[in-house]
Design a protein around this ligand. Structure first.
Ligand SMILES: C[S@@+](CC[C@H](N)C(=O)[O-])C[C@H]1O[C@@H](n2cnc3c(N)ncnc32)[C@H](O)[C@@H]1O
Length: 330
């Protein structure tokens, strides 16, 4: 399993934020979407506005981009960055599970491309207050949108040992899930686990050391990933949003999705495979009764990976996988 490593990334994030956020697999995304002047695109995860900036440049004159982000801070930041494009950049603070209604309300009911660049931005990693990273002394929150759902520290305080172990296993594929869950429950009897640092130290104290010679991620990487996925319902909202995005695509329109860990990449891969097949009837039925026809055809290698040159210049790209598909005429 490939993971975003919040500790390594936190260091990188400071450098990246200082230098300006670097959009991941930017050239590959541009080749996938091939935005032409006047085209309409949706960036479902506008973040710092990096990909959207490039898309709007290529779509000039006349092209428009609808940028969504669950995080109000991302909308504020990207609206500054995209100001030169005036009303051709349309920004909305929304979870992408609502992409269908948000797009139609904003006049983007039929579009030429939809991009998802999943996960965390460098800006969020550098935001020590929300404690996405191991180093954060701030209260463990991890929500992209802090106005909905429950912060990560609340899950740590309320889930029982079995529920915690399940969460770490399911969303982090953490081999020491049971051991960590037990340690959390024991520790919270004497003090609440409230900060990123506290949680990271606790995990380090119970996870066995890596075998010599094996490159390993920080011992708390999988725990942090699991909590973030849980508080943001990441694996639930993704398939809903992908299906709604395909509804919005014009024939020949492109869907491009960058994921950073194997759980979400698997969802994207299965989604594209199912939309390519069309029919979802059980194989034992002699004739199709679902009436669904194929809606997507994969484009290019599945998945595409960043070049070595990109990874050496932008380590955040190292776990990225890009899948691209073309909308078939329904
Ligand atoms: C990797 S960053 C995107 C960076 C962006 N492509 C750029 O070039 O600046 C991912 C963004 O997606 C947002 N995000 C993650 N899940 C989301 C969801 N379910 N709905 C809306 N935004 C989401 C995060 O808040 C974050 O800002």
């Amino acid at each position: 399993m490939s993971l975003q490593d919040p500790e390594g990334s936190a260091r990188e994030a400071v450098a990246i934020v200082e230098a300006g956020h670097l959009p991941v697999m930017e050239e590959e995304v541009m080749a996938a979407l091939s935005p032409i002047p006047g085209s309409f695109q949706i960036d479902a995860t506008v973040g710092g506005g990096g990909h959207t900036f490039r898309i709007l440049e290529a779509a000039t004159p006349g092209g428009r981009v609808l940028g969504l982000d669950a995080d109000p801070a991302a909308i504020r930041r990207s609206s500054e960055r995209l100001r030169p494009f005036g009303d051709r950049a349309v920004l909305r603070q929304a979870n992408f599970e609502r992409i269908g209604e948000v797009a139609r309300d904003a006049g983007f009911g039929a579009v030429d491309g939809v991009l998802f660049d999943l996960g965390l931005s460098s800006y969020q990693l550098a935001d020590l207050e929300r404690a996405f990273s191991f180093r954060a002394a701030g209260l463990l929150d991890m929500r992209f949108d802090t106005s909905v759902g429950e912060p990560a520290r609340r899950l740590l305080a309320t889930l029982d040992e079995r529920q915690l172990a399940d969460l770490l296993q399911r969303y982090g594929e953490e081999p020491s899930a049971r051991r960590i869950a037990r340690a959390i429950v024991e520790r919270r009897r004497s003090e609440p686990i409230e900060t990123g640092q506290q949680l990271a130290q606790l995990v380090v104290s119970v996870v066995p050391a890596a075998r010599p010679g094996r490159r390993r991620i920080h011992p708390a990487t999988r725990t942090f990933q699991a909590l973030r996925i849980a508080v943001n319902r990441e694996l639930e909202v993704l398939p809903v949003a992908l299906a709604a995005a395909v509804d919005l695509l014009k024939p020949e329109g492109r869907l491009a999705v960058i994921s950073y860990h194997s759980l979400e990449d698997r969802i994207v891969k299965r989604f594209v495979a199912a939309e390519r097949r069309g029919c979802i009837c059980p194989p034992q039925l002699p004739v199709c009764v679902c009436g669904r026809s194929p809606r997507l055809a994969p484009v290019g290698p599945q998945p595409q990976r960043p070049t070595e040159a990109e990874v050496s210049g932008n380590p955040r790209a190292r776990s990225a996988r890009l899948r691209v598909a073309r909308r078939l005429a329904a």
